[in-house]
Design a protein around this ligand. Structure first.
Ligand code: EPZ
Length: 417
């Protein structure tokens, strides 16, 4: 597939765009199908690169899938335990979610360390510490973790950090573990609530998702059924921030305001007009926006790290200055050096980016370092005068389905070559 975008900049965005299903809900939900007996239909399915890799991993575990008119149909009758190899886990960090599902279903697992990426080392110590506290024997050797959960028991687990993946993995495992398991300091992201809803639809007894304490009453097994994943709040936020950056009037259909409260309250500080409806958000920006003095990324419900790069672009062209602190990942300012090639004034020091807004950005050759940075650079290219080439767009495809087509329908001029 071609791996770069040529963007003919200085465009404003007008019209409406639909938000697809949430990648970060779909991935754990697909992992959880390992626990289910029978056929599962996942509606509001989105066929992203990361999702294709997850389906490839499930296939190695004997789970077949087919995609038909917006749904994915999975058949788990031949599910079997299997080693999650390096080749698979290095393609997809979320492969670590399978640990909980495999321990729940088979009481054993061999999973390669998922490894780090551009945004940080991304250890799995919280995952391992949690399962060890439930009695799982884990040996780390040759880049793999060998898990024996034959003596695993339900109990109470306190997470050192509200890790999204660790919370989800534990929920999956405990849903078919006899007794009551309590997860304290659990992640509260909407995707956690979506996973609870999926598990309970399949017969589990999970309560409290969305709060910092989740209680799971283990059941013998989970059945098949159908489920529709939530809309992608990060994709919705990406479109809103791109419109605020470029100017225009865009309605993001399918977006739920309660999933983006923090972003909406920040954007209201910048003098763009925001209208909230039950299932869409409209943003109008007809002049240069004012800067937001201080922004910090945090776990939900505060401002999400997955919108940090996209916000960095908006602040780069806003009037005034902004200090943006990244508290979740240790190396997620890759976008700053690319934006500086376009004329942005940003100084990164440790976990802080100091941004002095400029009136114009200029086209340049820029490189996506991760999928959110890539999406942010597309917005910068649409804003900039002249032509911008964004490289490594395969990273963007991991989390956005044909992003260039969505923006071109709103008035952009982007070619994938
Ligand atoms: C999920 O990753 C998301 N991915 C990420 O989205 C998102 O940025 C992140 O949650 C935070 O919201 C998926 O859901 C597939 P964490 P996850 O465990 O579960 C540290 C995107 O762009 N940590 O909450 O890996 C970790 O290093 C992606 O769509 C440990 O130290 O995130 C990080 O600093 C990027 N030890 C922090 O916690 C552990 O055992 C948050 O990680 C686990 C995590």
């Amino acid at each position: 597939m071609e791996n770069k975008f040529i963007i003919n900049g200085k465009t404003k965005l007008f019209g409406s765009v639909n938000v697809d299903g949430a990648k970060n809900s779909l991935l754990p939900v697909l992992a959880a199908t390992v626990l289910c007996d029978g056929e599962i239909e996942i509606k509001n399915f989105v066929n992203l690169e990361d999702v294709k890799v997850m389906l490839e991993i499930l296939k190695t575990l004997g789970i077949s899938s087919k995609i038909d008119s917006g749904s994915c149909f999975l058949q788990t009758k031949n599910v079997k335990n299997g080693k999650i190899t390096h080749e698979l886990s290095k393609k997809l960090r979320a492969s670590i979610f399978l640990l909980g599902a495999l321990l729940g279903r088979f009481r054993s697992a061999v999973v390669a360390f998922p490894g780090g990426c551009k945004i940080g080392e991304r250890p799995i110590d919280i995952h391992l510490k949690s399962f060890r506290s439930l009695g799982v024997k884990i040996i780390e050797m040759h880049g793999y973790i060998f898990c024996d959960a034959s003596k695993m028991k339900s109990g109470s687990v306190v997470l050192d950090f509200p890790s999204v993946g660790a919370t989800e993995s534990l929920m999956m495992c405990a849903s078919v573990l006899a007794g009551k398991t309590i997860i304290k300091n659990a992640a509260k992201e909407p995707e956690i609530v979506d996973l609870q809803n999926f598990l309970n639809k399949m017969g589990a007894k999970v309560f409290g998702a969305g709060s910092d304490t989740i209680e799971i009453e283990g059941v013998k097994s989970l059945r098949g059924g159908e489920f529709s994943v939530m809309p992608d709040r990060i994709v919705a936020g990406t479109y809103l921030l791109a419109t605020a950056t470029c100017g225009g009037d865009v309605t993001v259909c399918g977006a739920k305001a309660e999933h983006n409260q923090s972003l909406i309250s920040f954007l209201k500080e910048t003098a763009c007009q925001i209208e909230i409806f039950s299932d869409k958000i409209r943003l109008k920006a007809d002049k240069r926006l004012s800067s937001i003095p201080l922004i910090q990324t945090n776990p939900f419900p505060l401002f999400p790290t997955d919108l940090q790069s996209q916000m960095l672009v908006l602040q780069s062209v806003s009037e005034g200055s902004c200090v943006l602190q990244e508290t979740v990942f240790e190396n997620r300012f890759g976008c700053a050096s690319e934006l500086k090639k376009m004329g942005a004034k940003i100084i990164v020091k440790n976990q802080f980016a100091h941004i002095q807004g400029v009136e114009k950005l200029f086209g340049a050759d820029v490189y996506a370092t991760d999928l959110r940075c890539g999406a942010a650079l597309v917005a910068a290219g649409m804003k900039a005068e002249g032509y911008t080439t964004v490289y490594n767009v395969s990273l963007i495809d991991r989390g956005y389905e044909r992003i260039e087509e969505k923006y071109n329908l709103l008035g952009a001029d982007i070619k994938r070559i």
